[in-house]
Ligand binder design. Sequence first.
Ligand code: SF4
Length: 465
Amino acid sequence: PSDRIQVIAYAVLLEETLGQPVPQARVRYHRDNVTAIVEVDEAAKAELREVVRRARELRRSLQRPPVTENERLCRRCSLAPICLPEEERLLARGDLAGERLGRRPKESPRENREGAPLPRPTLFPSDRQRQTLHVVDPKARIGRSAERLLVTTEEGRQFVPIKQVDAVVIHGFAQITTQAIHLCARHDVAVQWMTAGGRFSAGTSASPGRVRQRIRQYAALTDPSERLRLARRLMHAKVETQLRYVLRATRGDPRRRKECQMGVDRMRESLRKIPNAQSTASLLGLEGIAAKAYFSCLPELLGSQVPDLLRPAGRTKHPPRDRFNCLLSFGYALIQTLVHRTILAVGLEPAFGFYHQPRTAAAPLVLDLMELFRTPIWEMPLIGSVNRRTWDVDEDFEVRPGHVWLTESGRRKALQLFESRLQESYKHPYTRQSLTYARMVELEARLLEKEWSGSPNLFARMRIR
Ligand code: SF4
């Protein structure tokens, strides 16, 4: 039908331009060796007028149209990674119907005409095509050479084709030229700055934002009940992930499980109450109880081989006061940069969130979304690395009165750990698609937008197993 309307439109345009009737149009399908003949009569023109009217209506609308019923169309549609039709169909088919928060739905495999199971389509790319360029050396200079970034350090020069880069993150005091910033802007590559202490400082965005998307976001997130609904979903996902991690890490070890039992009970209690929280304040209280319980369990997840200097004494931040907390904070800042640029790339306004308040320089929507990823993207690999004795308590840390920083070698190790975690795949429990963690962040940002664009209840379903 779309080819038919397209060719009718061409015929009408020709008619208007040439001043002569165009009674018939033809579409040649070379692959099938078929020519389709389309009569351009009054009925066809009426059909065209109706399609144009509908297109104008959609353009004015703040709501997205529903996904097409013809699934085959989506497989070649360039909008599929943005539109996420398969995720919407999961809802429409009822695969998620009746499912309580955090409970995995039953698999209902789709079948072809012969009754054989159909593979689930994977329209959302499972891996990112480009990599993040982290520049750690304070004496580095990032310039431009044709369509490449040129990183110059005392050790030499490195050329990085801009098409291989999804973001440039500058840690500390490296310099970047205006020409390099222009090149990044032209290729939608975000440039972000982190302080030497590991805090997100600022970033660029090539796009000024998409107005209609943002109007929808503002409209939805000014509604207190919608904000609370989203905050409940988010907190449930966060606390359940923390709980599952502690249970998983202590499985088969009765001594450690016993040490964590009180924390586990408190997390379970918070989890039970979160879906009924009546205000953001009570959610904050439940989150606080669960977080305290969770962090009380973390030292138990560290093996006996871990030196005392790498063991946390509670959670300290702004600034972190021990090595473990220094590593935690650095990883969270990396997640923040990733989520920040993802939110901008998706077209949302980072400064307008639904749970966190604009108290610090960090954008509230970024703080909201990153709650989903703290445990799977950073805490889990970090604890694994500490248990593997990856960190040198002297060389990787700079201990000052009242705070601990990472040295350059510590930062390099942390970046390597973070980037390799982003490359690891994870099977989403609801869409059942395997994605790298890097892609998972974008998927959740897009699903969040669907919460107020006509397909709610897909956001924040991710949990670790
Ligand atoms: S991916 Fe979305 S926009 Fe593209 S054909 Fe499918 S429903 Fe339509």
